[in-house]
Design a binder for this molecule. Sequence first.
Ligand SMILES: [Cu+2]
Length: 117
Amino acid sequence: MKRSLIALFLLVTGVVGVGVVAVNVEAHTRTVKISVSRSGFSPSSIDAEAGHKLNLVFNRADKNNCGSKVVFAKLGITKNLPVGKDVVVSITPTEAGQISFACGMGMYKGSIVVSEG
Ligand SMILES: [Cu+2]
């Protein structure tokens, strides 16, 4: 009887432990879809927390815009944006502040607003 209670206790705490870890990992990653069109990036301002991973999923709606590239100058990241394809840029900001991005010619602008994690 005692032994089975201990086994049950281990089983329950084990399951809860795994659940907590899974929730934490998910809570620390944020995914935001950004469309690129004639009116620029939408949304153009994205909130993030320092130390938490951010996945930006860019999708260029059509070719009637100059958003063929997205450039994160501060981070040294440049990605081509083929029409209709999801392009993921993953960033884990390390400090509070702003990280700006723009199209290849600097006409369309956006920024990630990072707060303390
Ligand atoms: Cu442009």
